[in-house]
Design a protein around this ligand. Sequence first.
Ligand SMILES: [Zn+2]
Length: 176
Amino acid sequence: MVYKVVRYLNNPILEKPAAPVADAEYNTPALHDLVEDMFETMYASHGIGLAAPQIDIGKRITVIDVSGAEEGQEPERIVLINPEVVSKEGKQTGEEGCLSIPGFREPVSRAKKAVVRARDVKGEPFEITGEDLLARALLHEIDHLNGVLFVNHLSALKRDLIKRRIKKLQKAGEWE
Ligand SMILES: [Zn+2]
């Protein structure tokens, strides 16, 4: 099932920290279905990552696939539940977008390498190391679970400009 992706400034859930997934929720049909639906929604939106708050579910769950599966590459599905950043290293600056802020892309500085600890759908703990695009995706998605969007990494001036443009789109009924 493809969910509607919530847009920035339309729903406060995007700016709130999400709640941890409880032990009893692991390995349940509900959690398996939710993760499948998150991948389906992400691929349908041509994204490389999606966090549960983006489909109006305030839980610490995110899915990522930076493989370019749409261009015929083998999918590399990553599911992170209750993820924590263990360490960050280096710096990269690159254009970043977000499925909740479509049409806007800005340069964002992030760590070049990130180590993340999380659990999978069965509740098994694991660690993943991401570099370059994967590091960016991991940090962007974990930000979502803390109520932080890429615009929060921009200057206040730039963020206000984007907010003003979005408010115009809202008024015109073009931001739903
Ligand atoms: Zn995003």
